[in-house]
Design a protein around this ligand. Structure first.
Ligand code: OSB
Ligand code: MG
Length: 378
């Protein structure tokens, strides 16, 4: 459902951005690298009413998942995007995509600013982000994304730990050389669990025979096997696999989603607000897929409690028919920057219902993880 009631107009007197470095509870390894610290940009937008809204720019330290990265996002947000919003004066947050449209790309940076403005507007109104988006669930089923481990046996034990905690769906990361044996080991240990794999663009069409070996494991889907711009090759690969393809990196907008569906490049879509330039565009993609009968699920970018609350609200929309990567905060962090981090309750995460994102910032934690900050004033 499109957003029914627009959010209150805001004037962004101050936009403060901080780079945070938050230690991870364990290293997170994907086909593109290993992270031990989550570097992320937190945005605080203060309105002329004195209300603070919070957002998160989900770039990583290096441009490995996509072309965006922390210092690039910092530069474009402080130099171009933030000033453009402040120069616009007073506007409803729904105008943000159009205000920022002239600046090409930089979708994660745009998404973080949009979220901060939406949070500020909704806190002003006393309305929750979940009800604003049209969420219909109070709890969402929680899946977990498991990084590449030292060997398949270690992977099985890590997966066992998450299953014991109650996660309802497992996603394992794969890369060339760490694919078939890893998946086979997990499937042999847990014959009936909902299981999927994520390649993060690590293969080419020449690997189609290897990827076809995954067909025997009864996977829910294979996420982003080929490169971001391989829309035609993904369509060809889809013809040769039984396992459904789910695009992540390739789906950068509702238009990209429409193109990929038209070409048969994907039959499931991972919706990530950062990757598509914001939660408003994410809802448009969800609406498109709902209308087309395409299942969607909410992806993640190791969000702090801010982005995690927003993702829980998004995942509570009716279009989201598969469990997403919205796990408990403790899956990544010993200490989060919100006072009540998301927890797992019987395999589910609760959708916040308070004003705006419905989470409060732990100011001490925020300060403790801050390595850089800058405020833009109107
Ligand atoms: O491809 O989904 C991905 C994390 C960082 C970058 C890309 C991805 C991921 C994850 C983790 O898989 C999802 C999460 O739990 O936040
Ligand atoms: Mg992915």
């Amino acid at each position: 459902m499109p957003i029914v009631t627009p959010a209150a107009a805001v004037t962004l007197d101050e936009i403060e951005m901080r780079v945070l470095q938050i230690p991870l509870v364990s290293p997170f390894t994907t086909s593109f690298g290993t992270e031990t610290v989550r570097e992320v940009i937190i945005v605080r937008a203060r309105t002329s009413d004195g209300v603070d809204g919070w957002g998160e720019i989900v770039t990583q330290n290096a441009p490995l998942y996509s072309s965006e990265y922390t210092q690039g996002a910092w530069d474009v947000a402080t130099r171009w995007l933030g000033p453009a919003l402040q120069q616009r004066g007073t506007f409803p947050p729904e105008e943000i995509p159009e205000i920022l449209e002239p600046f090409v790309g930089h979708r994660m940076a745009k998404a973080g600013l949009e979220l901060a403005a939406l949070d500020a507007a909704l806190r002003t109104e006393g309305r929750s982000f979940a009800s604003y988006l049209g969420a219909e669930r109070v709890m969402i089923p929680s899946g977990v994304s498991v990084g590449i481990q030292s060997d398949p046996a270690a992977l099985v034990e890590t997966v066992r730990g998450y299953l014991d905690e109650g996660y309802v769906r497992i996603k394992i990361k794969i890369r060339p050389g760490r694919d078939i044996d890893d998946t086979a080991a997990v499937r042999a240990a847990f014959p009936d669990i909902p299981l999927q794999v994520d390649a993060n663009s690590a293969y080419t069409l020449a690997d189609a025979d290897t990827l076809a070996q995954l067909d025997r494991f009864g996977l829910l889907l294979i996420e982003q096997p080929l490169q971001e711009d391989d829309i035609v090759d993904h369509a060809a690969l889809a013809q040769s696999l039984k396992t459904p393809i789910c695009l992540d990196e390739s789906i950068t907008s509702v238009k990209a989603a429409r193109d990929a569906l038209a070409l048969g490049s994907t039959t499931v879509i991972n919706v990530k607000a950062g990757r598509v330039g914001g939660y408003l565009e994410a809802v448009r993609i969800a609406d498109l897929c709902e209308g087309a009968g395409i299942p969607v699920w909410c992806g993640g970018m190791l969000e702090t409690g801010i982005g995690r609350a927003a993702n829980a609200a998004l995942a509570a929309l009716p279009a989201f028919t598969l469990p997403g990567d919205v796990s408990a905060s403790a899956r990544f962090y010993e200490r989060d920057i919100v006072t009540e981090p998301a927890v797992l309750e019987d395999g589910h995460v609760r959708v916040p219902t308070g004003p705006g994102l419905g989470v409060e910032i732990d100011a001490d934690a925020l300060d403790a993880f801050t390595v850089a900050r800058e405020a833009l004033r109107r």
